[in-house]
Design a protein around this ligand. Sequence first.
Ligand code: XIL
Length: 444
Amino acid sequence: MAVELRVEIDYACLQFAYRVGTTQWTWVPQQFDASIVSDEATAPGLPNFTGAFVGVACQDMSGARCPADFVWFEYVERRVESEENTMRWDVAVAGIVLVSTGAHQDALLKDLMPSGMVVGVAINQRQFEGTDAAAVDLITKQFNQISPENVLKFQSTQPAADRYTFDAADRYVQFGLDRHMQVVGHNLVWHSQTGAWVFQGADGKSVDRDTLLARMRDHIHAVVGRYKGKIHGWDVVNDAIDGDGSMRKSPWELGIGDDYVAKAFEFAHEADPDAELYYNDFNLEKPAKRAGVIKLVKDLQARKLRIDGIGNQAHWRLETPSVAEIDEALVDLHSTGLKVMYSELDINLLPNTPRGADPAVANPYADGLPDAVQQQLARRYADVFGVFVKHRDAVTRVTFLGLSDADSWLNRGRMNYPLLWDRQRRPKPAFDAVVEVLRNARQR
Ligand code: XIL
């Protein structure tokens, strides 16, 4: 469990406060009797000390606190003679000694997840091709599942009608197989990142239903068939429902009709009968949209099509959706009998601003993330993982969209901080917070 220590100077006296995890700060009375104040202080093998905290290193004694390495603090009480020649006691910090590196540096998410729940990350080309060696190392250590950030999308695997390109996708799949990870496929049918040619005839006009269905079938058979037995599960259809719960008027829907979703699931199952098949979408905490999604998957079930899970993309913010909404959505989605997966988790810290907005408003953390927001992010991650572990029987996978803040799609020219590792690939307080929740859940 992460323990933080805070030191402030008050009338020339040092004041100590500590907190365990994300609880409130507890100020230690000055007469504090040199007893050990946190569980973690029982670190064996410490040199003798008169009073100790185990906390997080404070580089700056003037009150700054920085989540870094475990330290122990020694304080001594010095008897000093005041000018008036009366005796008084003073307190001084005698030293700070590094005890171990990193609050949870050695913690591995994949080992801490509840059984039956894998933890993964959507990876990019520099990662699965090994150019980004530091990332490869972290991905290999921390995760037991991968998703492809872009390389399996329609435009990547079939950029033109007569051309499939699988080189990069093959390396993605191999990356996961080499590491005995669960390899997920994302995605087969989506309105985005799909060449315009797919929906057009030679005359440039919209193709008819049968042609579009044939193209969909060819694509799904080629891609799913190639990785048969290697890809564990596929996002078959992405983002088919609009905010009001109706079918999105995507080029697939316009060209084929509402049953395009059922057809996609049918073709995917033909191509690999053993692969799991998922429906993937965002904003599922909004009741109208969720109702549309549930109606859609129930329709697939009524048609006796294979569907194993619902991917909830989980592109969330600090305050929204609320924990109660996340919980309610989870329970509701699971009531379909399907597995619930968090397929693209990230917490966006930047405001939704129009293009050209004042940079001070649009990009408030260009020079770094204030500690208060950092801690808020940690608490937010603790809360959402709290929901996941509470419903461990329903949730089978949690996948982050990107490894570190440097890798996130949410930057887009700004500085965002949505993930568990910072730009230097150091674990953030949010990582410690997640570890803490997972550890506590194991003890229960
Ligand atoms: C994003 C990728 O992360 C970006 O690199 C790309 O430019 C756009 O797509 N919903 C999805 C993901 O299902 O595939 C998207 O990924 C994010 C939104």
